[in-house]
Ligand binder design. Structure first.
Ligand code: PLP
Length: 411
């Protein structure tokens, strides 16, 4: 099965790091993606043609930086399916976006006796901020468990989301198991009792067409570095009624309207939530990344990842003692395969793969509550993206087979 069989042209030449290292098999895109040349070029072009502090200068170059920043916001909002670009708040990434919501919205609207519901699948970034908010205000923090197949148990979710629930926070796609959640159904459950529905899209936005306006969630967060953009940029789109009810998260320049000796009034969103000099470079780079993704086509990317995942799951299942986690149906999972290999510790598996130039992640994947429920301290995780091919899967499988043989020979 060649790359062409997944329907996507070979995109590896577009990625300078991969093009320069033909032997490298990069299977850790769920941690961070590689960057195409167009993104690197956009960063350089910004600094060579438009660099200045935005918003503050009355001169043309500052205007160019302002235009670059807000043009990027518009492009990213469009890519994510949000018509109202001013509701897209830039942050450093998903982690900062969740902290912004937990502080700016949560501290004002979640009180003693209220309930917050999350799921067993969550990354610590969408777990700890809500857990700590609940502890701080005296709210209940409840975790919706999974079915045997690694899906959120929606019946349990319906029972957990009671009249006192203020927030349901859940991931679009699990970084640890690859599970794709039924976002619309979870939103329906949350909205039935008037709770806010927040979706962590760190693993969704890079791989699936989000369509924010139609999705129904009240807020959707994402990380640029996982979707071909630079590190240090990401954001959250927040539906107007929730946005209007949010308090500032950080204080300083740009987010104010008037500052008096004893009090301050706030600028309008998005500025109200973007204190200080913004990451214009990051926004410009991420805009170039989403243009690239759009050029490839999110539907084509999804089809490519489904084909690769199906191929990988079939090959991996044939390896002795390999145990795969997560949904068995490729249609309900993304391009993430998590597994253990007999008694070999996942860190050792990862080190052995590295000898063959294969980059995978081993560990708890920032999902300790999930790992505990699976009775695992760690798994090996291979994750696919636009530049991967079936030959990367073949290299992974061959290297794992060698690892098993070496392990048995040494045992
Ligand atoms: N949520 C999920 C599902 C993730 O996979 C990650 C990163 O791995 C995060 C949140 C945190 O993203 P960041 O580190 O970019 O803030």
């Amino acid at each position: 099965m060649a790359v062409a069989d997944t329907g996507l042209r070979d995109l590896r030449p577009d990625f300078p790091l991969l093009a320069a290292n033909p032997g490298l098999v990069y299977l850790d895109s769920a941690a961070t993606s590689q960057k195409p040349r167009v993104v690197l070029d956009a960063l350089r072009a910004y600094y060579e043609t438009a660099n200045a502090n935005p918003h503050r200068g009355a001169y043309k170059l500052s205007g160019a930086a302002t235009d670059a920043y807000h043009g990027a916001r518009q492009a990213i909002a469009e890519f994510l399916g949000a018509r109202d670009a001013e509701t897209l708040l830039f942050t450093r990434g998903t982690t900062e976006a969740v902290n912004l919501l937990a502080t700016g919205w949560g501290q004002a609207h979640v009180h003693r006796g209220d309930r917050i519901v999350v799921t067993r699948l969550e990354h610590h970034a969408n777990f700890v901020p809500w857990q700590q908010l609940a502890r701080a205000v005296g709210a209940e923090f409840r975790i919706c468990e999974l079915t045997k197949d690694g899906q959120v148990d929606l019946d349990q979710m319906r029972a957990l989301v009671t009249a006192n629930t203020k927030l349901v926070a859940f991931g679009h796609v699990s970084n640890a198991l690859g599970t794709i959640n039924d976002v619309r159904e979870i939103v329906k459950i949350a909205h039935a009792i008037g709770a806010v529905a927040f979706c962590d899209g760190a693993q969704g936005a890079p791989h699936l067409r989000v369509g924010f306006d139609a999705l129904g969630v009240d807020a959707y967060a994402f990380s640029g570095h996982k979707m071909l953009g630079p590190m240090g940029i990401g954001g959250v789109i927040v539906r107007r009624p929730v946005l209007e009810a949010m308090h500032p998260y950080q204080f300083g320049g740009d987010m104010i309207e008037f500052v008096f000796d004893g009090d301050t009034t706030w600028n309008v969103p998005p500025h109200k939530f973007e204190a200080g000099t913004p990451n214009v470079e990051g926004a410009v780079g991420l805009a170039a990344a989403v243009r690239y993704l759009d050029g490839v086509g999110m539907e084509a990317i999804r089809a490519h990842e489904v084909a690769l995942t199906r191929y990988a799951m079939k090959q991996l299942a044939e390896i002795e003692d390999l145990h795969l986690f997560g949904p068995t149906d490729v249609g309900t999972r993304s391009g993430v395969v998590s597994f253990t290999l007999g008694d070999i510790h996942p860190h050792d598996v990862s080190t052995m793969l590295d000898v063959d130039g294969i980059c995978v992640r081993a560990g708890h994947h920032c999902a300790q509550p999930l790992m505990r429920a699976l009775h695992q301290s760690a798994t090996v995780r291979a994750s696919f993206y636009v530049y991967n091919s079936t030959s990367d899967v073949d290299a992974l499988v061959a290297s794992l087979q060698r690892a098993v043989a070496r392990f048995h020979a040494g045992a």
